[in-house]
Design a protein around this ligand. Structure first.
Ligand code: A2H
Length: 256
């Protein structure tokens, strides 16, 4: 557990069509979607990689809340994260973090989403077993170019779609190169997963090593190869992309 506060970018990923099970939950709780925008809020430390998002992960085991974020906006995230947000002036009322309704991660799987900056279309909500309830918002956006965990999970979901209870077509297996480093090329997650012979998303020890290596190399020696800041160092682009996302209303700074 980190001693210093961690500052995340809370990325607003709009749900454009709820999965059937989720629709039932909303209906049973009399939540009418008319005139409302509902977002999954993903916590990320890598805003500069958002061009390569291919899906949004939730844990099928987590019970999320749906919260009023003001101005017709609603957030789906863990209650503990919305509570934190409510003390960071990110919600309508300080200390008010009562969910409008509770919705299990499993029921959200398959929902159609629209994520800021990504080059991909037709993104879905997919399951990730390793998402922790105790970190961030409990929602993780998937960037298989730069996150070994996301790469390994995507590969598992594609290879065992039936086991995970998802439609194979929901899994985008293309990878958009976002950052180049001399050491690991332009798809560092794929490179490191192969190099460390990681077989599945459950190989937590080598995945932690891969995550560390990918993060350090990308941050200190990476160059952006897509987007508005292509050609710039990751160290410089990171804050700029984050600030752009905040300025456009697609994200906010969130600490814990
Ligand atoms: B990162 P730290 Cl491209 N459970 O975002 C598990 N993982 C979580 C999480 C949770 N509840 N909440 C956030 N995360 C992930 C992008 C990314 C991330 C890339 C590369 C590395 C990377 C796209 N996924 O993280 O423990 C989120 O994934 C490796 C550092 O607070 C978030 O940033 O250091 C990161 O872990 C936060 O991890």
């Amino acid at each position: 557990e980190a001693v210093l506060p961690q500052e995340y970018t809370g990325l607003k990923i709009e749900i454009t069509e709820f999965a059937e099970k989720a629709q039932e939950v909303l209906k049973n709780d009399n939540f009418d979607l008319a005139g409302k925008k509902v977002f999954l809020v993903a916590a990320t430390l890598r805003p500069e990689t958002m061009y390569g998002q291919t899906c949004c992960f939730v844990s099928p085991k987590i019970n999320y809340g749906l919260f009023d974020a003001g101005n017709g906006n609603y957030y789906i995230c863990t209650e503990r994260s919305f509570k934190n947000m409510s003390y960071q002036k990110l919600t309508p009322r300080r200390g008010d973090f009562k969910p409008i309704l509770k919705i299990n991660g499993a029921s959200l799987i398959g929902s159609k989403i629209s994520a800021p900056l990504t080059a991909f279309k037709n993104l879905r909500v997919l399951p990730m077993e390793t998402v922790l309830e105790s970190k961030g918002t409990g929602v993780v956006t998937c960037v298989p170019s730069d996150s070994p965990d996301d790469y390994a999970t995507t590969r598992d979901l594609h290879n065992k779609a039936e086991f995970y209870g998802i439609d194979k077509d929901w899994v985008i297996t293309d990878i958009l190169p976002v950052i180049r480093t001399e050491k690991y090329g332009d798809k560092c997650a794929e490179y490191l997963v192969k190099e460390l012979k990681i077989n599945s998303s459950k190989d937590t020890v080598p995945l932690a090593t891969a995550k560390e290596l990918a993060y350090k190399e990308g941050f200190y020696n990476g160059t952006m190869i897509v987007g508005k800041y292509a050609g710039q160092k990751v160290q410089d682009a990171k804050e700029k992309v984050k600030n752009d996302l905040i300025a456009s209303g697609d994200a906010f700074a969130y600490s814990e």
